[in-house]
Design a protein around this ligand. Structure first.
Ligand code: FAD
Ligand code: NAP
Length: 311
């Protein structure tokens, strides 16, 4: 019987692992991917984490994991498919949860859900057909394939603008298609984007279709104000239209909002006693590395408080 099972080893889960180890809790982190680090692994540069300006995302993920390893945190590989409350517990007894993975099961007194989020899809014609053949969700991973070629980025948030800036370094031309006339991305990123001569922004427009033969050759965009449609010749479409929480496996375990974000207080305590949440899968205003790391620390502190006096 574990004191704590931490599900996910992104910034939130790894921070929780460090705090749990230092608190002397018998904890284990379960991660579905072969490498820890979560979403930051695919970002080429993180420039807003205090003390580490400009760090490469993969290096940051590696550093976070090394920190947890150095303290002796325990890790296991597996995709958690279900968390079941086996017994309720009371003032002197902790509840018991069964954490089911594709590799085995764990019994634990508490759980921290730190499963983060994943990219959204457009759901348009050609998107699925051309995924891996010009349609991509990761500019850092696939951008190099389009050196000296044309790329389109769809979205107006931090990821879309960062992707466009990154791609503009190698592509001959980058179009950014955004559905409004104003970007959501941080001002500093917008300024950098606007300074690039090979980037063109297509405002008030949505991507309606991806076209090609055995790879992408064009996309159809529609101006949402005028209704006018046109084709843009391109070799790639990078979709960067936001994220959704990876919480489907926990439906019914604790309260969530309509999008699947787990509702919790600042300390991560959910509507179910013994279940805590940290990071991007928590309903909150700012989803960043710094808030994920803070969430992990807060959640472990709440776990400690919860377990006081409980066998
Ligand atoms: P995640 O990083 O999503 O990690 C969750 C982990 O849980 C993953 O490793 C996942 O594999 C694992 N997992 C999920 N489901 C399961 C399951 N069922 N079983 C087992 N394991 C599971 N933020 C910044 O502050 N600065 C930036 O510059 C920045 N750049 C970004 C660039 C990109 C391209 C992206 C996508 C995001 C960026 N962010 C940035 C946001 C930042 O990455 C997130 O806020 C942060 O990673 C959230 O951490 P997390 O631990 O909550 O979730
Ligand atoms: P985001 O901030 O939610 O932005 C999503 C963008 O896609 C928005 O501009 C949105 O348009 C647009 N969009 C959503 N659905 C769409 C659809 N169906 N069709 C067309 N456009 C659509 O998501 P994100 O950029 O992926 O960022 C995710 C999180 O990571 C954010 O919290 C972000 O701050 C964080 N992050 C931070 C940094 C950094 O700090 N440097 C870098 C990367 C990511 P509207 O604007 O009209 O809503």
């Amino acid at each position: 019987m574990k004191d704590l099972v931490i599900i996910g080893s992104g910034p939130a889960g790894l921070s929780a692992a460090v705090y749990a180890k230092r608190a002397g809790l018998d904890a284990i982190v379960i991660e579905k991917d072969p490498v820890s680090g979560g979403q930051i692994l695919i970002t080429y540069e993180v420039d807003n984490y205090l003390g580490l300006p400009g760090i490469n995302g993969f290096d940051m993920g590696t550093k976070f994991r090394e920190h947890a390893d150095k303290l002796g945190a325990e890790f296991a590989e597996g995709t958690v498919t279900e968390v079941v409350k086996v017994s309720e517990g009371d003032d002197s007894t902790a509840p018991v949860f069964k954490v089911v993975t594709d590799q085995g099961e764990y019994e634990t007194k508490t759980v921290i859900l730190a499963t983060g989020a994943s990219h959204n899809k457009l759901g348009i014609k050609g998107e699925e057909e051309f995924t891996g053949r010009g349609v991509s969700y990761c500019a850092t991973c696939d951008g190099a394939f389009f050196r000296n070629k044309v790329a389109v980025v769809n979205g107006g948030g931090d990821v879309a603008v960062e992707d466009a800036i990154f791609l503009a370094r190698g592509c001959s031309k980058v179009y950014l298609v955004h559905r409004r006339d104003e970007l959501r991305a941080a001002k500093i990123l917008q300024e950098e984007l606007m300074s690039l001569s090979n980037v063109e922004i297509i405002w008030d427009s949505v991507v309606e279709e991806v076209k090609g033969d055995n790879k992408v050759t064009a996309i159809t965009v529609k101006n949402v104000k005028s209704g006018e449609k046109k084709d843009i010749d391109t070799d790639a479409l990078f979709v960067a239209i936001g994220i959704h929480p990876l919480t489907e496996s926990f439906t019914g375990l604790c309260e969530m909002d309509e999008s699947g974000y787990v509702i919790a207080k600042e300390d991560g305590a959910t509507s179910t006693q013994g279940v805590f949440v940290a990071g991007d899968s928590r309903k909150k205003r700012l989803r960043q590395i710094v808030t994920a790391v803070a969430d992990g620390a807060n959640a472990v502190t709440a776990v400690q408080d919860f377990l006081i006096g409980k066998k």
